[in-house]
Write a protein that binds this ligand. Structure first.
Ligand code: CU
Length: 119
């Protein structure tokens, strides 16, 4: 194979690869903007902030532990799945598809409580 043909083959392969990467990036963007909304709750200074949030049905709630101590997001009922212990900067997500009031607490520090109201 001549050097020119090799160079052309490489350029073609690179173009195909870049197109594939771009296509997958577009797919990821489309799937994250399909109407579902994400709400963040910080875990900071041994408290959930905000302590109570109201979200639409289908929303995703993301907790982020900003403390140096581990915390959990533990459902007070069976309304949603509880987290494991979250270390500093760990995130935990839950999707709330049904309207209702969901209370939760930290199993390590049970005085830490929070409420998700799903409308
Ligand atoms: Cu805690």
């Amino acid at each position: 194979m001549s050097t020119v043909i090799k160079a052309l083959a490489f350029a073609f392969a690179l173009t195909v690869l870049l197109c594939a990467v771009e296509a997958s990036a577009m797919t990821a963007k489309a799937s994250s903007s399909n109407g579902a909304r994400t709400y963040q709750v910080a875990i900071r200074n041994f408290a959930f902030e905000p302590g109570t949030i109201t979200v639409p049905a289908g929303a995703t709630v993301v907790w982020v532990n900003q403390d140096e101590e581990p915390h959990t997001v533990t459902s007070a009922g069976s309304g949603f799945a509880s987290s494991k212990a979250l270390d500093t900067d760990d995130r935990y997500e839950a999707i709330f598809s049904r309207p209702g009031t969901y209370t939760y607490y930290c199993s390590i520090h049970p005085h830490m409580v929070g409420t998700i109201i799903v409308q």
